[in-house]
Design a protein around this ligand. Structure first.
Ligand code: ADP
Length: 545
């Protein structure tokens, strides 16, 4: 993988911080022409991303608050800003809103929620923080997760008041000590993104501009760096993401460059970089493969150009090499698909996961994601000759209630068998050890304690005995990049050199590193995005225009 490097700023029409204002005007580049007289801006296909631009002589547009990205974090920020009466805009590079959020599983962990009270679940900020620390291998920035826990208990109501519909029952996800997770009625993040977008653009009349790619930040160079204010962004308007590119579309072959000013500040909510072969590949060389060769659960625009821009401004990087694979995906469909939701809601909780070679379990099916994914990769072995493990669950009502089960059956992501023998025959599993394993597990369920792997047996989990049986093969897929830029509890981006906030610059969501440490627990991304989106907007609204 070769990074697209600009040989000289003049070649690309893009300038970097080293270029002085005089040089900028002298060079006679297209950018210089604009600076000199605001001449008509031709299409400038700027190679590379993430540059820092000098202040343009004239801004093309001005707002109080610019929010970059239209996922959970960006929507929460823009809604909060607009509700506070601010002139905000969301800039989104893709032709559709929602990024990863719209294809996410729609799971929200909330501590001390009304639903927990109703179901008699005893939870606390401390238990939640400990669960996250355990999954995150102790690397989590505790002050950030405490904020998520404390400020997240009203999220079910906050979202419901803005149109989101939740199931009336809690889910119990892997790595969580207690049930604390709500699920949207359509088992998808679209059940949050769509109503919030409608609420923002409809009821609030909020501005949202798609096909607008942020390619860099504008910084006030008149003050002493590194602590000068970030004043705005450089964008490509009418940008058309190249879906055929396999490098996350680093070359920017479309769009015309404009400069937007943010009078109060910028909230960066651009998500993670799971679809960015360069960024993910330098962290973990096995992930350097082009996007057509390495499947991910993410949308194609999950790339890191704005994160790189934050680093160029001096933002402190955190945990970049912790890249999480989701253990619940299917090798028989692309991306997150319909199988992931089934596996999360039913396969792992009500079933067990089996190694085809031995007929035995090999991991706690409700362990955190990293523990499960690492164990699965071992069982799968050589990726060129993979042996995918599978979950087997029965016809218990909890399994049948999984919202995507029918779609999984239609798409053959989940297969239905009348007998255990038929399952063994289909997958070439040694029958006797397989049957013995199911009996052994069933005994643990009856005793209320899993002596084999310590899976938490809650009151809804039943022995696996009622035919027909549901079976889903599994493979971990690149899912979440834990790393990103550092923020404080106000959502301000922290400068690496001064260790102080960079004026005018805030960030929320997956672009931020720290909350989740080495591995994120399922259903903790949505509260992180929504809580910090709201916090960023509240604080940026307090800034002077
Ligand atoms: P989060 O879960 O953190 O909110 P998402 O992936 O759901 O993250 O949303 C991030 C959004 O930001 C996506 O819709 C993505 O297309 C958008 N985005 C990423 N990079 C840019 C960019 N350079 N300019 C504008 N929007 C961007």
């Amino acid at each position: 993988m070769k990074k697209d490097k600009t040989t000289s700023p003049a070649d690309s029409g893009i300038l970097d911080t080293a270029t002085t204002r005089r040089e900028f005007l002298k060079k006679g580049t297209a950018a210089g022409a604009v600076a000199a007289g605001g001449m008509a801006m031709a299409l400038i296909p700027g190679k590379g991303n993430a540059r820092t631009f000098p202040v343009p002589p004239k801004w093309d547009k001005e707002y109080d608050i610019i929010v970059i990205g239209s996922g959970f974090a960006g929507l929460a920020a823009a809604i909060t800003a607009k509700e506070a009466g601010e002139d905000a805009i969301i800039l989104e590079k893709m032709p559709a809103v929602g990024g990863n959020s719209i294809i996410n599983g729609g799971l929200l962990a909330s501590v001390n929620s009304k639903l927990q009270e109703k179901e008699g679940v005893k939870d606390s900020v401390e238990i939640y923080v400990n669960d996250l620390l355990k999954a995150g291998r102790g690397l989590n920035h505790v002050e950030l997760i405490k904020m998520v826990a404390m400020e997240g208990s009203d999220l079910p109501e906050w979202t419901a008041e803005r149109g989101v519909q939740w199931n009336p029952k809690l889910e119990h996800l892997g790595g969580h000590s207690v049930p604390r997770t709500l699920l949207t009625t359509n088992s998808s993040g679209s059940g949050i993104v769509k109503p919030l977008t409608d609420y923002y653009t409809g009821k609030l009349g909020g501005k949202l501009q798609k096909k607008t790619k942020v390619i860099g930040f504008v910084r006030d160079a008149s003050e002493a760096t590194p602590n000068s204010r970030v004043l705005g962004v450089a964008v490509l308007e009418n940008y058309a993401f190249d879906y055929k590119s396999t490098d996350g579309d680093r070359n920017n072959k479309s769009g015309s460059r404009k400069f937007y000013r943010a009078r109060k500040g910028i909230v960066v909510a651009t998500g993670g970089f799971s679809q960015d072969p360069f960024l993910r590949g330098i962290q973990e060389p096995s992930l350097a493969k082009p996007t057509d060769q390495l499947d991910s659960t993410n949308h194609p625009g999950a790339t890191g150009e704005v994160l790189e821009g934050l680093f160029k401004l001096g933002g402190a990087p955190i945990h970049l090499s912790w890249i999480q694979s989701g253990p619940w995906a299917s090798p028989n469909e692309k991306g997150f698909g319909v199988g992931s939701s089934y596996q999360i809601a039913a396969g792992f909780r009500f079933g067990i996961m089996i190694d085809k070679a031995t007929g035995r379990r090999f991991v706690n099916e409700l362990a955190d994601r990293k523990t499960r994914a690492d164990a699965m990769f071992k069982v799968i072995g050589d990726p060129k000759k993979p042996v995918y493990p599978f979950t087997i669950a029965d016809s218990d009502e909890g399994v049948l209630a999984a919202q995507t089960l029918q779609k999984c059956l239609e798409r053959k992501v989940v297969l239905k068998f009348d007998t255990i023998e038929a399952v063994a025959k289909h997958f070439g599993v040694p029958l006797e050890p397989f049957k013995a394993q199911i009996k052994e597990y069933n005994d643990y369920v009856k005793a209320g304690q899993d002596k084999q792997f310590g899976k938490p047996i809650d009151k809804f989990i039943k022995p696996i005995e009622k035919a027909p049986f549901y079976v889903m093969e599994g493979v971990p897929k690149t899912h979440h990049t834990m790393g990103g830029v550092m923020i404080n509890t106000k959502g301000q981006v922290i400068d690496m050199e001064t260790q102080e906030p960079i004026p005018g610059l805030y960030a929320a969501g997956e672009v931020v590193g720290g909350p989740h440490g080495a591995s994120r627990l399922g259903s903790c991304a949505i509260p992180d995005c929504l809580v910090f989106g709201r916090i960023c907007a509240r604080n940026v609204a307090k800034e002077k225009a």
